[in-house]
Design a protein around this ligand. Structure first.
Ligand code: ADP
Ligand code: ZN
Ligand code: ZN
Length: 763
């Protein structure tokens, strides 16, 4: 971004006239030039107040809404520059520090500023709606209402539920809260307004009911020390610092966050808490709201546009002090952000996998640095990158090695299943252990990270397998509620089962392998008197179902829980004492070098579900590779030793975090188009690199490819990729900056879909 606010008065001549630089969503490397319809650009003192405002602009044959990111001399002849249609805002909707942050994201990921802004803003704001929300109708119970609403007839259940809410709640109620009580809330409220039982006023848009406070724990010494270090930093006003809070599962990390947040709120500042996609459970929100005794704004993918707009407005205006959200909440504008927290910082859901491929964790560290506030990254199993940053003394390490309260860490054992008779994925040892724990009245959790009934449908005669017509992948067989069907987990294609083999006509079609549905069927057969709950993407598709199932599990209403990684994270099941992992081997030998790290994290997360209360937990891990060195390290010496060994392997192999990577992905209906694009790009990169090396030749660039993606064909497109790796991040970035204009102009690029992935997480 060109700087523009001072000392450029002389530049304001007819040839060097200042124009609006407008970030437009689309493939534009730089902002576009526009003239101001109101001539506000004539007054340099006005410029800072123009930047960050939305404008409506003529663009091709349409009008678009975009944001002014600078005022600076025109790049084009003035007569070619169009004039904006109107100013949407009278004041900037983004603060300078927000724009600086977004510009940094744009530069770092080599993504157009307009695309970054588009990713950052709620849809309503992108659409031109007013940024601020001035009050919403809220209702308060009157003195008369207090008398009358207690005496509603017993059979008016819905009415009584709403009345109860009015009677117990100190603060006025908004529509969201009323609606949660009964669908007929509007009718009742109108009726009570007429009777003078409630009164109507205007209230802030974000107004969740605050949960009833629960029991408070006195922090143990480890917890207290972690809190003290961060809080003393906050209090000293020393600005930025990055803390890695490494605490085993159940060690009370959440309790530590809460204590830190409390301190920052006391100072009158705001807090952002990022959680993984499936970490934002009602329990988590309830815990924060109950402890902090104030409303918490939320931002996540299941919210509607109004709710997002309201959350955005509430933190921007300072009406709400705590924002908890998934990945995209990282962009929320704050009035006065004082602390950032990322829970389960290793979680892969922090990486956006399309559009602007940002890592919410990485950019939040950057944002905290820009704002000069501390950031806390928490995890039981930190990413290797973060541990590396601790080694490099970029992050300070805080550790919690004990489980909070009386719970003890579970014992983890490997079970060698080579040569053992396996029934439907469960070996004899695991089955025996299940019987023992169930007889003692305890809960058992079985983990299998594959949903559906069976991953393969195969012909017994000729070996034919049901394949997705658009992807290089098998179709998974699902039981469904009414009939069996085949589903591609990569593109969503769904088909009926063939009655006979399409290749040889045989009717001997067999299912191979286990999914959670099949496991459930087996377990129900084995333990007919026990209750079995399956928790995976299919069983929780309906709204509220996830919560319902986990609550059942928590209350101990089910004996056996079967689940995919949805079940692995964050949940607290006090009665689970045995956890069985059925199949972790796919994580040991994968073409993706991050697979072992993920396997280790998942294994410990799942294991962490065992024995979280008084009863000691046991974890059994079935494997065909009980001698695998990293697996043994993990089980015998713990995550720290595993991570150290894994980092050493990465160093040896010149992989991140020792190297910096950028992956160029390309896909096309015609494979040759994709290859041509990447080959020409590669040639260009090699040439540019030589020029860069002439200045200083001390760095390495490796180009791998083009090679086909791990799944070469997906949704009917052929996919190839080119990997760039270097030991110098600045130089890699310089190279991309030089190359990008060529890519944008290349005729080959028009025949393909391509994208850049900086610090890619998936191969
Ligand atoms: P983590 O987030 O590290 O998995 P939690 O914060 O969820 O751990 O804590 C696990 C359990 O221990 C929770 O039920 C919590 O209420 C309890 N707990 C946390 N800190 C304490 C403490 N200091 N004393 C007693 N119980 C605690
Ligand atoms: Zn066949
Ligand atoms: Zn498919």
């Amino acid at each position: 971004m060109q700087s523009n606010t001072s000392g450029q008065d002389e530049a304001d001549t007819s040839t060097n006239k200042a124009v609006l630089k407008v970030a437009v969503s689309g493939p534009f490397l730089t902002p576009l030039d526009y003239l101001d319809c109101d001539n506000l650009t004539e007054t340099p003192e006005m410029w800072p107040r123009l930047i960050g405002r939305r404008v409506e602009i003529p663009f091709r044959n349409r009008s678009l809404i975009a944001i002014v990111v600078a005022v600076a001399p025109a790049d084009y002849a003035l007569e070619k520059i169009k004039t904006i249609l109107r100013w949407i805002d009278e004041e900037p909707i983004l603060h300078p520090q927000d724009l600086t942050f977004l510009q940094w994201v744009s530069d770092y990921y080599h993504a157009p500023m307009g695309e970054v802004i588009n990713t950052a803003l709620p849809k309503r704001i992108r659409g031109g709606e007013e940024a601020s929300i001035h009050g919403h109708d809220v209702w308060t119970i009157t003195a008369l209402g207090r008398e009358q609403l207690q005496n509603l007839p017993a059979k008016a259940k819905a009415k009584r539920a709403l009345a109860e809410q009015f009677l117990t709640c100190e603060t006025p109620l908004n529509r969201e809260i009323c609606k949660a009580q009964t669908a007929s809330w509007r009718k009742f409220v109108n009726e009570w307004l007429d009777l003078g039982w409630v009164s109507q006023t205007s209230g802030p848009c974000w107004q969740e009911a605050v949960a009833v406070p629960g029991p408070q724990h006195a922090l143990n010494s480890e917890q207290q020390s972690a809190v003290d270090q961060v809080v003393s930093h906050v209090r000293s006003g020393d600005g930025f610092a990055s803390f890695l809070l490494q605490g085993i599962t159940g060690s009370g990390k959440t309790e530590v966050y809460l204590a830190m947040v409390e301190h920052v709120l006391e100072m009158g500042r705001q807090v952002l808490i990022l959680v993984p996609e499936i970490g934002l459970t009602p329990q988590m929100i309830q815990r924060f709201s109950a402890h902090l005794q104030r409303p918490i704004a939320l931002m996540h993918s299941a919210m509607n546009d109004t709710q997002r707009h309201c959350a955005w407005h509430s933190v921007r205006s300072g009406e709400v002090s705590v924002l908890m959200g998934t990945r995209s909440a990282v962009f929320a504008p704050f009035k006065d952000l004082g602390l950032c927290i990322i829970d389960e910082e290793h979680d892969t859901s922090y990486k956006q996998q399309d559009g602007v491929r940002y890592s919410a964790r990485d950019i939040l560290v950057r944002r905290a640095h820009q704002l000069q506030v501390p950031i806390v990254l928490g995890s039981a199993t930190p990413s290797l990158e973060s541990l590396f940053n601790v080694d490099q003394q970029r992050y300070r390490l805080l550790t919690l090695n004990r489980r909070a309260g009386t719970a003890k860490p579970p014992k983890i054992r490997l079970i060698d299943i080579r040569g053992e008779k396996i029934q439907e994925g469960v070996g004899a040892k695991l089955k025996a252990a299940m019987q023992k724990h169930l007889q003692a009245g305890q809960q058992v959790l079985l983990f299998l990270n594959r949903r559906g009934f069976a991953p393969v449908l195969m012909c017994h005669e000729c070996g034919w397998q049901a394949q997705c017509p658009s992807c290089d992948a098998n179709m998974t067989l699902h039981q469904g509620s009414y009939h069996q069907y085949l589903l591609c987990h990569h593109c969503g294609e769904q088909m009926n089962l063939p009655e006979s083999c399409p290749q040889c006509g045989s009717e001997e079609l067999h299912t191979v392998g286990q999914g959670t549905e099949r496991l459930e069927e087996t377990i129900v057969e084995w333990f007919p008197e026990k209750t079995v709950l399956r928790i995976d993407r299919d069983s929780t598709r309906l709204k509220g179902k996830m919560e319902e199932l986990t609550q059942q599990a928590q209350k101990g209403e089910a004996d056996i829980l079967i689940g995919t990684q949805m079940l692995a994270k964050g949940h607290h099941f006090p009665k689970v004492t045995l956890v069985g992992l059925l199949d972790i081997d796919q994580g040991l030998f994968s073409c993706d070098y991050r697979a072992t790290e993920r396997m280790a994290q998942l294994l410990l997360q799942v294991a962490g579900r065992a024995g979280r209360a008084e009863d000691e937990g046991e974890v059994l891990v079935q494997t065909h590779h009980p001698q695998h060195p990293l697996l043994l390290k993990l089980i015998n010496e713990g995550y720290g030793a595993f991570a150290e060994a894994a980092l050493a392997e990465r160093k040896e192999a010149h992989l991140p975090p020792w190297r910096f990577q950028c992956l160029v992905r390309c896909e096309a209906h015609n494979a040759q188009d994709a290859l041509d694009f990447l080959n020409s790009l590669k040639a260009g990169l090699e040439l540019q690199w030589q020029t860069l090396q002439q200045e200083s030749a001390d760095t390495v660039l490796e180009l791998w490819g083009p090679v086909s993606a791990p799944m070469m064909r997906r949704q009917g497109r052929y996919r190839y990729q080119l990997m760039l790796a270097s030991d110098s991040r600045p130089k890699l970035h310089q190279l991309l900056t030089l190359m990008l204009p060529h890519i944008y102009q290349s005729p080959l690029a028009r025949k393909v879909r391509w994208n850049l992935d900086i610090d890619p997480q998936d191969m």
